[in-house]
Design a protein around this ligand. Sequence first.
Ligand code: SAH
Ligand code: SF4
Length: 343
Amino acid sequence: MNNLIKKAALTHELNHEEILEILSSNDLNSELFLAADKIRQEYVGDKIHLRGLIEFSNICRNNCLYCGLRRDNRNITRYRLSSDEIFNLAEYARNKLGLKTVVLQSGEDMYFTKEIMCSIIARLKTLDIALTLSIGEKSTEEYAAYRQAGADRFLLRIETTDKDLYHRLDPDMSWDNRRRCLKDIGLSGLEIGSGVMVGLPEQTLSSLADDILFFKAINADMIGIGPFIPHPDTPLKNCQGGDLELSLKVMALTRLLLPDINIPATTAMETLAPNGQLMALQSGANVIMPNITLAEYRKNYELYPGKSATNCVKDDNLSELNNKIASIGRKISSDYGFHHKVL
Ligand code: SAH
Ligand code: SF4
């Protein structure tokens, strides 16, 4: 085995230069993916955790250059689900599909005040589920209140650790504030989920190496990595976008360095290639987030093109997903899928 990959698999430590060396060469890819798959099996086992994704509002105050929900995009119909609609979907996820985690995701929609959000959280928590939020940048007090109301986890991707790039892509937003949010999420007792996009314009391999080290530095409980996919109604429509292989490499390295965390096979990977998700599950990933948002809303939640048609639940018994998972010798987990720290 290559010495660097061996070192990563044994010690779960690599420095910036070493990560960069692996990222820079494609000769090591199959060895890297195999090593990440082995470490995944050793630390988090063969079970795959499913998280039911509810995209409950596509209204957003921000204008991120890469995202189809950005406030200047006039080509989508904006929607916001009611508290009852959200509850009914979560109940369907739990009682019909048997899912043990529900993820509530939205744009930064200011209608959902701390009070409204907390009452939704408390109601959903009567369902015997773990609850993840992915609703953007909030105050210290808000994260603490979500936790107190019963939320278990929070997903907030740092998007990139290259501050200049971040500020070019996220006008009016501050990287330092996003970093502050991740600190507050951890302090509040919520599990910390973060991640990045791969293939952003002018993103370098060196900055991707920094990203991986950042995941370690923040003690992440889960990390989602997906290729950037240009959206035709955004200023980045003519950019090239990320490729699957490099995204898988960043993901596999993340598994080697943070061996016991939860890592989803992201929908963006599946959007780029029909077997992207299976490749991810065999290169370090152990989580899938099936989309349970109703089709009429989902079509207006295109962060990137193709998203709404990918990874959605087509039946009430998850048989398609089950078959896919069984085809690579894996099984669906029946527990809540918390991060169990081994290291
Ligand atoms: N508003 C919240 C959650 C919704 S966006 C937030 O921004 O945190 C969820 C994620 O979608 C973002 O973190 C980003 O990484 C991803 N995303 C947005 N646009 C994308 C694109 N064009 N290609 C790939 N991923 C994208
Ligand atoms: Fe809004 Fe999130 Fe899209 Fe940025 S990435 S525009 S915050 S939904």
